[in-house]
Every structure is written in structure tokens, then in C-alpha cells.
Design a binder for this molecule. Structure first.
Ligand code: URA
Length: 265
């Protein structure tokens, strides 16, 4: 074997080894936030040698769980890469993965990227996004406190509704995100989010006003099911501002389920 080939094999072997160690480390971290403290604090080194069990205080646990969730989300984003699972990959500018706090108690789920989201590669940054920001602020939170995603990650041309096969191709990614984040509550924005998460064709007007539940298909061992509060989509609210009152009622239920006491400002 030539020297070059040996070097190349060494590099592949090294990369595999790094993957195995990273997976093992992520596994240990996930065990850690389930309460099994087998090892010491996380730092930026790749591998932490086993140490004596440590007692962690709550805030440190929350910090480390958030850190490990961020790593898992990043790995998922890398795995999705330049997804070509459906025809939307041919017309999109950017795939919109989702963004926010990996340890969020609340995940907002919309339908799919619009024009502005497609351009920026970020969810809810257009007109509907402005209204969603206001809704989040009204809850006493900021955008960075919650996580925001969509049922589909690529913009349908002309903002048409997502097709069933596009949803089937893309929804498993969101399911993985939800399993990693494992929020206390999901707020489904609009018909497509509510019907997909709840696997039903019941209209949004009948889904809202009651707490339903989403059962993760990918388990992290953290939660068996997650409460879902469905409400009207911010884009619908822009056209029908008279419905803001019922949406606020829904958001109050979201706050209650997330255990939020609104801060005085
Ligand atoms: N509408 C959605 O459903 N999602 C976005 O990200 C933007 C607008």
C-alpha cells in the first residue's frame, strides 16, 4: 500500500473514531440530563475522561441539557444538509431549519417558509413573523426564549399550500427536532401545523380551544407526550385582526402549560 493510501485510511479511521466518540459523549450527556451523573462538567474538549459521580445543581443541569440539545440539533442540521427529498428543493433559495432556544419550554410550529423566510433562511421573519414576535412579547418572553419551526422546511412556489407528499417527506425532521428539544408545550400555528401534529383533518376552528397531545415518534425518554395548543396562524390574524382575542386566550393556555408567570414590565 502506498504511503498516501495509508494516510487516507488513517484519516477515515480517525473521522470514524471521532464520530463514535461524539455519539458516545452525546449519549452520556443525554443520560446526564435524565439524572444520571456519571461524569464531570462539559467543556469544549472532545472527550471527557470518566470521573467520580458529581452532584449537579439544577441551573448547571439546565445549562448542560441545553448545550447537549444544541449539539444534537446541529448534528441533525448537518445530516439534513442540502435535502433533496421533495420537489421543493428545486425551487427553494434556502432550507429553513428552525431557530431558537434548544432547551425551550415552548415550541411554535408554523406551516412553511414564505418569501422572506426563503431569502433569509430563518423562520417567521416576514410580516407574519412580526406579529408572532408581538405575540411572544405579549407572553412576557423574547424570541430567543422559545424555539420556532415549521412543518415543511422549504418554501412552496408562490406560497401555495404544502402538498401531502411534501409534508410526509419533511415532517420527520421536525419530529426529530421536537424529540431533541422536548418542550413542555407545542403551539401549533394554523391548520397545517395543527392537523399534521395531531394527525387529523379536523378544522383548526374545532382544534383550538382544547389542549390536545402530540406523541413523539422519536423518543428521547424525556416525555411520552407533549401538550399541543392550536391557534390561528399569524398570517390569518393579519387578515382577521378581530380574532386576536381568541388567539390571546390560546396563548394564555400555552403560558399556563409552560409554567410561565408573566413578568411585569
Ligand atoms: N409562515 C409560516 O408558516 N412559517 C414561516 O416561517 C413564515 C410564515
Amino acid at each position: 500500500m502506498s504511503d498516501d493510501k495509508v494516510k487516507c485510511n488513517d484519516v477515515f479511521f480517525f473521522n470514524d473514531l471521532v464520530d463514535v466518540i461524539t455519539d458516545l459523549r452525546n449519549y452520556l450527556v443525554s443520560q446526564n440530563f435524565l439524572g444520571l451523573d456519571y461524569y464531570g462538567p462539559i467543556n469544549n474538549s472532545l472527550w471527557l475522561p470518566p470521573q467520580m459521580p458529581v452532584i449537579m445543581d439544577e441551573s448547571k443541569k439546565i445549562h448542560e441539557a441545553r448545550y447537549s440539545k444544541a449539539i444534537l440539533l446541529e448534528r441533525l442540521r448537518k445530516r439534513i444538509g442540502d435535502c433533496q427529498k421533495c420537489r421543493l428543493s428545486e425551487t427553494r433559495i434556502n432550507l429553513v431549519f428552525g431557530e431558537g432556544n434548544p432547551g425551550a419550554d415552548i415550541v411554535f410550529v408554523g406551516e412553511g417558509p414564505g418569501r422572506e423566510e426563503d431569502i433569509q433562511g430563518r423562520p417567521f421573519v416576514g410580516a407574519a413573523g412580526g406579529l408572532l414576535d408581538n405575540m411572544i412579547r405579549a407572553m412576557g418572553l423574547e424570541r430567543k426564549d422559545v424555539y420556532i419551526g415549521n412543518i415543511i422546511k422549504c418554501r412552496p412556489p408562490g406560497n401555495r399550500n404544502p402538498a401531502d407528499d411534501e409534508i410526509s417527506a419533511c415532517f420527520p425532521y421536525l419530529e426529530e427536532q421536537l424529540a431533541i428539544i422536548s418542550p413542555k408545550v407545542i403551539c401549533a400555528l394554523g391548520k397545517f401545523a395543527a392537523q399534521t401534529l395531531l394527525n387529523t383533518k379536523v378544522p383548526i376552528s374545532r382544534l383550538r380551544g382544547r389542549v390536545h397531545s402530540y406523541t413523539p415518534s422519536v423518543s428521547t425518554g424525556e416525555r411520552i407526550s407533549i401538550p399541543v395548543v392550536s391557534t390561528y396562524h399569524p398570517a390569518y390574524l393579519l387578515r382577521n385582526p378581530g380574532q386576536k382575542k381568541v388567539v390571546w386566550d390560546d396563548l394564555k393556555v400555552v403560558m399556563e402549560l409552560a409554567g410561565i408567570v408573566k413578568k411585569r414590565r
